[in-house]
Structures are given as structure tokens and as C-alpha cells.
Write a protein that binds this ligand. Sequence first.
Ligand code: HEC
Length: 151
Amino acid sequence: MKMLMFLAAAAVLLAVACGGNSSPAAHRAAGGDEGAAAALVALPTPEEQKALSVRGEEVYKKFVCGSCHAPGSDRQGLTGPPLGKTAERHLARQKGDELAVRRWFWSHVRNPEAHPGIYHGDSAYSAKMPGYPQIPDEELRALVEFLMTKR
Ligand code: HEC
């Protein structure tokens, strides 16, 4: 009997431990926080994507993302990874899930520390990306669509 109780307790502990380890990572991969899941509920239509991405390029300039990131595939001596193929990289990481990648970009820009990118901790990119909680939702929506054109 004692043995059974011990086994039951061990099973509960194991379940708690595994849940505690795997769920934040899964959550992060899906990018469903920093308001992303609430703000991005469905894919924009192709027309909306086009209009948003044009506006998003302005947002990218307004917040001077280009001080660390080159827009193409050549790093141009900057401190952050070039963003030329960033959507392609993240689509591969999220198994082609277009909405999950948008949500991840959203979460990453709001709080990169909590949503580390592919190059997080890579010594080639020594600068630390600041979080941008101050970007208004409408502008961030456009910025995300601009990043999605990078494929
Ligand atoms: C001070 C330099 C700096 C600034 C400014 C900066 N970033 Fe970053 N960014 C980085 C670094 C370093 C990384 C790599 C670490 C990581 O991926 O977590 C990164 C990673 C990224 C990634 C993931 C790249 C990939 O392909 O995995 C995206 C997307 C991104 N930044 C977008 C932006 C946007 C949009 C802005 C402006 C709102 C911005 N960054 C401003 C330094 C910066």
C-alpha cells in the first residue's frame, strides 16, 4: 500500500514537472502572448497584407530597426542578424504556420527576452535587442506584415 501511494505521488510530481517544463516552450513557439493571440486572430487577406506591409515599412523606419538590422541578406556590418529571409526562417521553425509566425514576430518585438529568436545568444550578434512595448497595436500589426514579406 505504501509503495502504491509512493508511486501515485511520484506520478503526480512527474506530470507537474513535465507540464512545467514543456508548456512555456510550446507557448513561446506559438507566440501566443504579449497580446499577440488577442490582436492577431486571423490571417489578413492578400490585399490587406499588401497595404499593411507598405505601412509596416514606415513603422520599421520610425522605430529605427535598421540601426541593427539590414533589410536584405547581407549583414552590412550591423550588430543584429540581417532580416532578408527572416519570415522564411520562422515559417520553417513553425512548420509553415502563417498565423503562428505573425504572433511570434509580434511577441518578439514587444519582448525579445521572453521570446528569443533563432540567433538568440549567438556570439556573432552581440547587441541586445530592446523590447518595444511602446509601439501601438495598429503599427505593430503593420510592422509584422512587413516582416512577413521577408521570404
Ligand atoms: C540594438 C540592436 C537591435 C535593434 C534596435 C533591433 N533589433 Fe531585432 N534583433 C537584434 C538581435 C541582436 C537579434 C538576435 C537575437 C534574437 O534573435 O533574439 C534580433 C532579432 C530580431 C528578429 C529575429 C531574426 C530572425 O530571423 O530570427 C527580428 C524579426 C527582429 N529582430 C526585428 C526587429 C525589429 C522589427 C526592430 C525594430 C522595431 C528591431 N529588431 C530592433 C538586435 C536589434
